[in-house]
Design a protein. Structure first.
Length: 308
């Protein structure tokens, strides 16, 4: 398969290259190609417009067609809505993303929690910073739209809400307020096929996190697999998604957000032996190995500097 990953400057790209360079024909795209790890050959790096540029979708699809790409794999939140719409009409490369209504629901953290509860699925009580009454403290504030851990903060008393809004210069209606859930954090790769059937569930136990996951390992957790099956049946997404949540001391999995894309721990999923492109239709869940651990380390690269 010829695959093009967006967000090529992200933490997982180098590991995806190492894991799959002999299995698939890989390319990595970014608005700043210099951010892509030097371990990835220059001819495999692709420059793109920024996701908020009106030319982004056309530029990405043109670059994919030029290289004969089979699948575009989006990894950046700002790209998801336009690419989900494009996936329904493009005659070019396929885009590995779920249907637009699923993407729009899950990228709104308040809308996501409300949708989970409507379907009888566990979710933290969630409102906005305008109406956090009844959630108790501590609670979590975070932008309703956004990625990673940007703007996510645990608050311990009511006076901190006004300070958070002032420091972030954010309207209260744009900030989700969410009850604090005690437990062990997991980030879970899952995906549905074109018919909306669940194809993969890989729970990843998070051991250390600094913006992105630093140390984690795959783990078989029946409660998480059962939740993913109920989630897939309720929403029938036709692409990848990431369940981020807590396994409570009582053994209940409670996701605090759903990302309709792969995460930076996708490289660990590959290291565990799962290939969602190997058998995209029919059958039971794809196999993977557990436990397989991820340890992230920083590397430093030096090159001649040029004056502007």
């Amino acid at each position: 398969m010829k695959l093009l990953f967006t967000g090529g400057g992200g933490a997982g790209s180098e590991a995806i290259w190492r894991a799959w360079r002999d299995r698939h024909d890989l390319y990595f795209a970014d608005a700043n190609p210099a951010a892509i790890d030097p371990a990835i050959p220059a001819e495999r790096r692709v420059g793109l417009p920024w996701a908020n540029d009106p030319l982004f979708v056309d530029g990405l699809l043109a670059a994919a067609r030029q290289r004969g790409i089979d699948w575009v794999v989006p990894t950046v939140d700002e790209e998801l809505a336009p690419l989900a719409r494009a996936a329904e009409v493009t005659g070019g490369p396929r885009i590995w993303i779920a249907q637009p209504d699923f993407v729009m629901t899950m990228t709104d953290k308040l809308g996501c929690a409300e949708a989970l509860r409507r379907h009888g699925l566990a979710a933290p009580r969630t409102s906005t910073a305008e109406t956090p009454d009844g959630l108790g403290f501590p609670l979590i504030l975070k932008p309703r739209a956004g990625r990673g851990s940007r703007g996510v903060l645990k608050l311990n008393r009511p006076a901190q809400i006004a300070a958070y809004l002032a420091l972030n210069d954010a309207p209260a209606a744009s900030i989700a307020a969410q009850e604090w859930i005690e437990g062990q954090e997991y980030t879970v790769f899952a995906c549905g096929d074109a018919a909306g059937r669940l194809r993969a569930v890989v729970p990843v136990r998070v051991l250390e996190k600094r913006g992105v996951t630093i140390h984690a390992h795959t783990e078989r957790v029946p409660a998480i697999e059962a939740y993913a099956r109920r989630f897939q049946e309720a929403f029938r997404p036709t692409g990848p998604y990431n369940l981020q949540g807590m396994l409570t001391p009582a053994g209940e999995f409670v996701p605090f957000e759903i990302n309709p894309r792969i995460s930076t721990t996708f490289c660990l999923v590959l290291a565990a032996g799962l290939d969602p492109f190997a058998s995209a239709q029919g059958g039971d869940l794809l196999p993977y190995a557990a436990p397989v651990a991820l340890h992230r380390h920083w590397t430093n690269h030096f090159a001649p500097a040029f004056s502007p």
